[in-house]
Design a protein around this ligand. Structure first.
Ligand code: COA
Length: 326
């Protein structure tokens, strides 16, 4: 059978890295509070000339090199973001032009922090349907530009960055327990729009005519996140015909170290199987999963044949998980 096989990963971060101590010079907070409540130590903040598109392009170039492909080989770009360069056109088309790709399908997906999971499901479905052969799937954000820097309950939590993967249509063994069954084995997505007021941006083209700033009721989001993420990981594994015992690595959305620990405990997963980068990158929304994935691929933790579960939850709420054999 044809599956979407992951053949390359890449990521990019803004040049400027900001520690908690540096943040505490402008915001009424402390390194101790941030580390204890979130596990965050650093975040990268985009400077002049760095945008969602430029970060995405750098991540794509690294992913293409890892996959031994040229930009012209790509026929689909799906870019997940809540911080596009412009309201329209889609940032994906800007990335396409910057990569020098003359013609392909290119569009953005908006599902906030779970946007990358939504983008993976869309690209995987198009590849299996024969509508695309080689896709760039990207999560890229510049949340620093929609933060209220006067609100210490949110501005310390987020950072900027981008991650990208290459998915290619490849012949793959049907039986998921066979090591030859490479590629995306299953994805499960959810949305529940009743929770708009817990995590949102207080502006938009059709309401205020402004971009708006991020608002969040952190405590409520935390509670929903642990329950939803453990459940959807179980659902995606069941869809794939696997159990948590089969999992080599979980690559979670990097929002808060306490959410990562609590979710792993609920699933009975050893903390050593969870990739954690929230300490270095903070919450980069749609970029967080592909950024963490690229980190663990490049440092050699994730190896060919490994079963990897990606998971995320974000504004909406939206949430989802994907099971992949590398
Ligand atoms: N520095 C210092 N103190 C801070 C602070 C900061 N940056 N932010 C909040 N506080 C204070 C609050 O004012 C409050 O003080 P009070 O008790 O005197 O009123 C106290 O810390 C506790 O605040 P609370 O919001 O109840 O803390 P918490 O333990 O719930 O932790 C979060 C806050 C945001 C870290 C936590 O709720 C969280 O991570 N939620 C999930 C957020 C998330 O992951 N969102 C993204 C999903 S995509």
């Amino acid at each position: 059978m044809i599956r979407a096989v992951l053949t390359g990963t890449g990521s990019a971060l803004p040049a400027r890295r900001v520690s908690n101590a540096e943040l505490a010079e402008q915001v009424d907070t402390t390194d101790e509070w941030i580390v204890e409540r979130t596990g965050i130590r650093f975040r990268h903040i985009a400077g002049e000339g760095e945008t969602t598109a430029t970060l995405a392009v750098d991540a794509c170039r690294a992913a293409l090199t890892a996959a031994s492909l040229a930009p012209a080989d790509i026929d689909l770009i799906v870019l997940a973001t809540a911080t596009p360069d412009q309201t329209f056109p889609a940032t994906a088309t800007k990335v396409q032009a910057m990569l020098g790709i003359d013609d392909c399908v290119a569009f953005d997906v908006a599902a906030v922090c779970s946007g990358f999971l939504y983008a993976v499901q869309v690209a995987d479905s198009m590849i299996r349907a024969g509508a695309a052969e080689r896709a760039l799937v990207i999560g890229a954000e510049t949340f620093s530009r929609i933060l209220d820097w006067e609100d210490r309950t949110t501005c310390v939590l987020f950072g900027d960055g981008a991650g990208a993967i290459v998915l290619e249509a490849r012949e793959s063994v049907d039986d998921v327990t066979d090591p030859g069954a490479r590629g995306i084995l299953a994805t499960k997505l959810h949305a529940d729009g009743r929770h708009n007021d817990l995590l949102y941006v207080d502006g938009g083209p059709s309401t205020t005519g402004t971009v708006g700033k991020l608002r969040m009721k952190g405590r409520e989001v935390f509670r929903h996140a642990v329950v939803n993420l453990a459940a959807v990981m179980g659902e995606s594994l069941a869809l794939a015909g696997l159990t948590s015992d089969d999992v080599d690595w979980v690559v979670p959305h990097q929002a808060n170290a306490r959410i990562l620990d609590a979710t792993a405990r609920k699933l009975g997963l050893a903390p050593g199987k969870v990739v954690v980068t929230v300490d270095q990158h903070a919450n980069t929304s749609a970029a967080s999963v592909p950024l963490a994935l690229d980190t663990a691929v490049r440092d050699g933790r994730i190896k060919p044949g490994h079963i990897v579960v990606l998971e995320a939850m974000g504004g909406g709420f939206t949430w989802g998980a994907s099971v992949i054999r590398f």
